[in-house]
Structures are given as structure tokens and as C-alpha cells.
Design a protein around this ligand. Structure first.
Ligand code: NAG
Ligand code: NAG
Ligand code: NAG
Ligand code: NAG
Ligand code: NAG
Ligand code: NAG
Ligand code: NAG
Ligand code: NAG
Ligand code: NAG
Ligand code: NAG
Length: 350
């Protein structure tokens, strides 16, 4: 920044020198005009500095060193935000809301990453008689190619005209879907935030704190995509202990050279997402907290202003117990993370 100001002054000086040669003005005037040019250059320098800082500021305020998102405690949802979920009375093109047409509908989106428990979380939500969470609808490339195709899909979902096995049709009191951050959310974040704010869509962030366990799950799941360990079929989620045991037999090898960088990238993406969507009505949930404390589900129901219900899921966790049993080169990973900020990932059980 200082360099910018300095250079401005130097160039101003040179220009002045030339013009004095040509015009030959009195010496006094020359000193005065030099002073003016100096002032001008300094003002310019300061202005350039401010503009630069502003641009850096709008890009991201997040420092890799001080991300606390995944490490910090759960912060309770902002009580002011809790108050106004926005009441909607959609009139779907394809059916009549009949008996429930006077019940308000809340719009939501679950923003998450692959293998962070969002599948499980969604089955819990959908066990509510009034919730339609329509799955990972933007996994289809065509639907997220540009902002307008994204908007078209969103319109359809929130107008209750999107049908999946999860749709509760007439009596939905909350409608939404889960959306992975790498499926167009980050790429089109400005337009998506505008849309969410315009239509009062509430955001539920769901993150996994232990990114090492997440990584193991990602690697194992992408292996199974080809290996199809369950009688020749690939399953991302299972409903029995036997199936879980079969899937967890595969032990991935983790590239320890890239490990810390990879974990950092994922953490950064989560932090950036929360920053981008800061202006929307939102809450942040952690998979580990949900596993430990089911009353967190009541916070979600309160956030969406739903009639309270006991939520259930038949899904079974695939990798249970210490992570060391599920990684081929565990010692290598242990040594790599020893003494880093991610050391705690080695121990925890979720
Ligand atoms: C969004 O919510 C605010 C506050 O409840 C309300 O004033 C506004 O009309 C709502 N907008 C829409 C499109 O529902
Ligand atoms: C929906 O119901 C209302 C009255 O309850 C009726 O007037 C309207 O024609 C119905 N619309 C459709 C598409 O069935
Ligand atoms: C957006 O994508 C859709 C389908 O992928 C395409 O039909 C449409 O022309 C695209 N619109 C713009 C503005 O690029
Ligand atoms: C929830 O669904 C039930 C059964 O379909 C319905 O009777 C009830 O009115 C719904 N509640 C809300 C708030 O929409
Ligand atoms: C796979 O096949 C075995 C026996 O052949 C059967 O017991 C088991 O239930 C099957 N599992 C699945 C996931 O279909
Ligand atoms: C890890 O990744 C780096 C960079 O892609 C690669 O050079 C290296 O060979 C990999 N190590 C192993 C053990 O696969
Ligand atoms: C979100 O905005 C609020 C107030 O505008 C600010 O206090 C908070 O630090 C912001 N959070 C993030 C993650 O940017
Ligand atoms: C469980 O979650 C609820 C709601 O967020 C909270 O009030 C309670 O303190 C939590 N209990 C434990 C043991 O963490
Ligand atoms: C972890 O680091 C400490 C010192 O930083 C060292 O004494 C210890 O042997 C290391 N453990 C492993 C498993 O590398
Ligand atoms: C990591 O390695 C050290 C030294 O071998 C061992 O004491 C520690 O239990 C290991 N940590 C885990 C989580 O396996």
C-alpha cells in the first residue's frame, strides 16, 4: 500500500519536472505546484489503499488461522431470527391444498457437504407428518448449470410442485431440500442469497466437526460406488448393522502429504458458506451434536415453527468405533496430524 502511494508521488514529480522545463515558470510557483502534486499523489495513494482493502474485505473476511466454526461450541440460534420464519400460502399448479390451504408453509434449505449426516438428518425431518424435504435435487447437473435454471427449480420446490417420495403435498408445513455446497451453492451464492432473502427461505447448515471421519466416509463411499459391496449394489446409506459391517470392511488409504491441506480446504469452504449466507435467516447444526443430543431436533422444529413431534430414522451408522480400525495407513495419519490443529480428529468417536 505504501509502495502504491510512493510510486504515485514519484511519477507526479517526474511529470512536474518536465512541465517546468517546457513552461519555465517562476521557482516559487514550481515549489507550490510540487506541493500540490505531492498532496494529490498522497490522496490518490490513500484512495487506492482504501479501495484495495475494501475489495479484499468483500472477497472474504475469513483467515485460515482463525476459523472457529467447526471447533467452537454450538451457538444458539439468534432469537431475533427465530421470530420471523415468513408465512407462505403457496398455490400449487398441480393439486389443491384443500383442507390445509389456510396453514402457513415455511421454506427451508439444508446446506451441507457430502458424508456429513445430511441423509440421516433428512430422513429424521421427513418422519414429520408436515415436512417435505425433497432430497439432493441439485445433484443433477442440468438443474444447476446457471442461476436461472436454479431459480426455476427453487420456484417449483417452494410452490409445492416438486414431487418426490418425501412430498407431503396438501399438508406440508415446511418444504425444502438438501443442497451440497459443491452443487452450485458456492458458485452462485449471490443469486441464491438474493432469492432466499426475497422469498424468506430459512437455511439450516449441517456440518460435521470431525473432517477426518468425513474424509474416511467419502473415500469408502466412492470405493463402494465401484466395488458394490452389498450383493452387487452400491448403497450410500444402510438400514442394518450387517450392511454397515460389510461396508466398513474396506479400509481406505489416506494420502498424508495432502491431508492437512485437504482438511483445511473443507473447513474453509464451510466457513465461507456461513459468511456468504450470513444475511439469511439461518441456524448451524453439527452432526456430532445431533448424534449426542436428540433434543437438538426440537431446535430445528422450533426454527421452522413446526408442531413438535418425535422424529425417527431407520438409518444405521456405517463406521462405528475408533477411526484407527477404518484406515489402512493409520500410523502415517496419526503422525501427520500429531501436533497440528486437527489432532483431536484422531481420537473422537463420531
Ligand atoms: C418475509 O418475512 C418478512 C418478516 O416476517 C415479511 O415482512 C415479508 O413480507 C416476507 N416476505 C415474503 C415474500 O414472504
Ligand atoms: C381447489 O379448491 C377450491 C375450493 O376449495 C376450488 O374452488 C378450486 O376449483 C380447486 N382447484 C383445483 C385445481 O382443484
Ligand atoms: C440455463 O440453463 C438451461 C438448461 O441447462 C438452458 O436451457 C438455458 O438456456 C440457460 N440460460 C442461460 C441464461 O444461460
Ligand atoms: C400436518 O398434517 C396433518 C395431517 O396431514 C394435518 O391434519 C395438519 O393440519 C398439518 N399441520 C399443519 C400445521 O400443516
Ligand atoms: C445378500 O445376499 C445374502 C445371501 O445371498 C442375503 O442374506 C442378504 O440379505 C443380501 N443382502 C442384501 C443387501 O441384499
Ligand atoms: C499424494 O498426492 C501427491 C500429490 O497429488 C502425489 O504426488 C503423491 O504421490 C501422493 N502420495 C501417495 C502415497 O499416493
Ligand atoms: C454475520 O453478521 C453479523 C452481524 O452482521 C456479524 O456479527 C457476524 O460476525 C457475521 N458472521 C460471519 C460468520 O460473518
Ligand atoms: C441438548 O440440546 C438442548 C437444545 O439445544 C440443550 O438445551 C441441552 O443443554 C443439550 N444437552 C446436553 C447434555 O448437551
Ligand atoms: C507427536 O509429537 C510429539 C512431539 O511433538 C512426539 O513426542 C511424539 O512422539 C509424536 N507422536 C507421534 C505418534 O508421532
Ligand atoms: C498415535 O500414536 C501414538 C504413538 O504411537 C499412540 O500413543 C496413540 O495412541 C496414537 N493415537 C491414536 C488415536 O491411535
Amino acid at each position: 500500500m505504501v509502495v502504491g502511494g510512493q510510486r504515485g508521488w514519484d511519477m507526479g514529480g517526474e511529470g512536474e519536472e518536465e512541465s517546468t522545463v517546457i513552461l519555465k515558470p517562476p521557482k516559487k510557483a514550481s515549489i507550490l505546484s510540487r506541493m500540490i502534486v505531492l498532496m494529490f499523489a498522497m490522496v490518490c495513494g490513500v484512495y487506492v489503499c482504501v479501495v484495495c482493502l475494501k475489495q479484499i474485505g468483500t472477497q472474504s473476511k475469513i483467515n485460515i488461522e482463525d476459523i472457529q466454526l467447526l471447533k467452537g461450541p454450538t451457538s444458539d440460534p439468534d432469537p431475533v431470527q427465530l421470530k420471523f420464519p415468513g408465512d407462505h400460502y403457496p398455490s400449487p399448479k398441480t393439486f389443491n391444498r384443500s383442507e390445509c390451504e389456510h396453514n402457513p408453509v415455511r421454506y427451508f434449505a439444508i446446506l451441507s457437504m457430502q458424508r456429513s449426516g445430511s441423509g440421516w438428518f433428512e430422513t429424521l425431518l421427513n418422519s414429520h407428518v408436515n415436512v417435505s424435504s425433497n432430497g439432493e435435487i441439485f445433484s443433477v447437473l442440468d438443474r444447476r448449470g446457471n442461476s436461472s435454471s436454479i431459480q426455476e427449480v427453487l420456484d417449483k420446490v417452494y410452490n409445492l410442485d416438486w414431487f418426490t417420495s418425501a412430498s407431503k403435498n396438501e399438508c406440508s408445513a415446511a418444504v425444502g431440500f438438501k443442497w451440497m455446497l459443491n452443487q452450485g451453492v458456492m458458485a452462485h451464492h449471490k443469486d441464491v442469497v438474493d432469492y432466499f432473502n426475497r422469498r424468506n427461505v430459512s437455511v439450516i447448515f449441517l456440518f460435521r466437526r470431525n473432517l477426518l471421519r468425513r474424509m474416511v466416509s467419502v473415500l469408502a463411499n466412492s470405493y463402494d460406488r465401484y466395488a458394490k459391496l452389498l450383493n452387487g449394489t452400491h448403497k450410500s446409506h444402510v438400514h442394518s448393522d450387517d450392511e454397515a459391517k460389510t461396508l466398513s470392511k474396506y479400509k481406505p488409504t489416506i494420502n498424508s502429504t495432502l491431508l492437512v491441506d485437504d482438511l483445511k480446504k473443507v473447513e474453509m469452504m464451510a466457513a465461507r458458506a456461513v459468511e456468504y449466507f450470513n444475511s439469511t435467516r439461518h441456524m448451524v447444526l453439527y452432526y456430532e451434536d445431533l448424534v449426542k443430543n436428540r433434543t437438538k431436533l426440537q431446535d430445528v422444529q422450533q426454527f421452522l415453527r413446526l408442531p413438535k413431534m418425535e422424529l425417527t430414522s431407520r438409518q444405521v451408522k456405517i463406521h462405528k468405533g475408533p477411526l484407527s480400525e477404518f484406515v489402512e495407513n493409520w500410523e502415517d495419519v496419526n503422525t501427520t496430524l500429531n501436533g497440528t490443529e486437527y489432532e483431536s480428529f484422531l481420537q473422537s468417536d463420531y
